[in-house]
Ligand binder design. Structure first.
Ligand code: PLP
Length: 473
């Protein structure tokens, strides 16, 4: 065999092995410990050492890789992972993601992949339809909601400064009119980092007070806006990362609009309430914003990484993000994905989205959202009945609880201890947070494969951990 033939046959062997390894992993997902079991140093040790001088065959490499990382994998694709807001991968989306890797398309330009850009054009329309966003909005496919927030705010910065007669792309921010940026007290950390990257800084952002569930208070927003002149951007939130609460978008949109300001909505997971009839009221007014950011790798259950930015006014994203060079050839009439994202070369995320959404259909997306919300309510009820203190109104898929010693005492310490024990025991996985000055355990039900029995088993495990800590075991 010559070298190319050998490589081709090794490739076939490696992919076949990966197929088996993936099947084994997915089959075991339901029963493996949900948390990783190996200490970090052991993983580095198993993977590490100097890069060998000589290469190894692909099939051996994938076996070594799978064996070395196995004890460090989280079962976050599985049904009893409730950490952060994660979500798994729908079978169709996962399968399409494999193809995406095999196809190895660069989604940056239609010239680099007509297929990747065509699928984005189609998926963009589906997503706007599902979320009830304006039909004309532009859509960019990015790595996650961090970059979706950044991208939406790049368009916002462009627009509010252009209206003030300033070309921020050409002239930058030095000497530009000051831009007022208002954010809720409970804005997500990625809004803050977006403001840093945009050159607005976080110290200058005006923090608008929030209520006990973390919703922006519109009286406070109104008062703050009344004192401001000039270019202004308001960042609201659909789905607080702890409580799941929604800022009152209809009132915020009305205030923002009457002030002539730009409204950006961070809807990393909450945006999808719009797709579910029983939750749609939570996002009333959503469609009146100017830009939106969301994730598909969270609640839409496509593989990492997949975030989406939308901008109402057609053309603004292109004006703010357009890249040109003689070699970046354009195919007239086709979508060039790079015009809608900060990236140039880019993974073809649209394929997995297309497949995931097609496998669910509109009804299936609504059902996924409704089911996770119903399961979150079930989980909250069980935990409360078992002695946990529920800290949030469970309006969506987030549950926030805390454990307090029966005879009085240190609830923070008990909550931390129960959280650590659950993570160690591995029946389910969730992590801690601080809410309004107190330790809490936060649980997010975001996975397509979670069923009632997973929630019940997890609630039992959490309550057993509480009993064990109470008994000092
Ligand atoms: C997760 C999340 C983000 C950040 O999304 P990434 O996909 O991690 O970049 C932003 N905002 C909210 C409300 C989130 O929940």
């Amino acid at each position: 065999m010559d070298t190319l033939e050998r490589i081709a046959s090794e490739r076939v062997a490696a992919l076949a092995r990966v197929h088996d390894l993936s099947r084994e992993f997915l089959r075991g997902l339901d029963e493996r410990p949900v948390g990783a079991v190996a200490p970090f140093e052991d993983l580095v040790g198993a993977l590490g050492g100097p890069l060998p001088e000589r290469g190894t065959e692909p099939v051996v490499i994938v076996e070594q890789l799978a064996a070395a990382v196995e004890p460090g994998l989280m079962a976050s694709a599985g049904p009893r992972y409730f950490g952060f807001v994660i979500g798994g991968s729908l079978p169709a989306a996962l399968a399409a993601d494999w193809l995406t890797s095999a196809w190895d398309q660069n989604a940056g330009l239609a010239a680099t992949s007509p297929a990747a850009n065509a699928v984005e054009a189609v998926v963009a329309e589906w997503l706007k339809d599902l979320a009830g966003l304006p039909r004309d909005a532009d859509v960019g496919f990015v790595t996650g909601c961090q970059m979706a927030n950044f991208t939406g705010l790049v368009a916002a910065r462009h627009s509010v400064l252009a209206r003030a007669g300033w070309d921020v792309e050409e002239d930058g921010l030095q000497g530009a009119p000051a831009v007022n940026v208002l954010i809720g007290e409970e804005a997500h950390a990625t809004i803050l980092s977006a403001l840093r990257m945009l050159g607005f800084g976080t110290r200058r952002a005006i923090r608008v007070a929030a209520d006990a569930q973390g919703r922006m208070r519109t009286d406070a927003l109104k008062a703050a806006l009344a004192t401001l002149r000039g270019p202004t951007i308001v960042c609201a939130q659909a789905g607080n990362v702890n409580t799941g609460a929604f800022d009152p978008l209809d009132e915020i949109a009305a205030l923002t609009r009457s002030h002539g300001a730009w409204l950006h909505v961070d809807g990393a997971f909450g945006l999808w309430a719009a797709a579910a009839p029983s939750r749609r009221h939570l996002v009333r007014g959503l469609q009146d914003a100017d830009s939106w950011a969301t994730d598909a790798h969270k609640w839409l259950n496509v593989p990492y990484d997949s975030g989406i930015a939308f901008v109402r006014e057609r053309g603004l994203m292109v004006q703010a993000l357009h890249k040109s060079a003689a070699y970046l050839v354009r195919m007239g009439g086709a979508r060039d994905g790079a015009d809608y994202t900060p990236d140039a070369s880019r993974r073809a995320r649209g394929f997995a989205l297309w497949a995931g959404l097609r496998s669910l259909g509109k009804d299936g997306v609504a059902e996924l959202v409704e089911r996770c919300c119903a399961l979150a309510t079930r989980l909250a009820d069980r935990l409360r009945q078992g002695g946990a203190r529920l800290l949030n109104e469970v309006v969506l898929n987030q549950v926030l609880v805390r454990f307090e010693p029966r005879g009085g005492g240190d609830g923070d310490a008990l909550t931390r201890a129960v959280t650590a024990r659950i993570q160690r025991e591995g029946v389910c996985w969730a992590s801690g947070t601080r809410w309004r000055g107190q330790e809490a355990l936060r649980l997010s039900v975001s996975n397509w494969s979670t069923r009632e029995r997973d929630v019940d088993r997890s609630a039992d495990a959490i309550l057993a951990a509480l009993r064990a800590e109470e008994a000092g075991r």
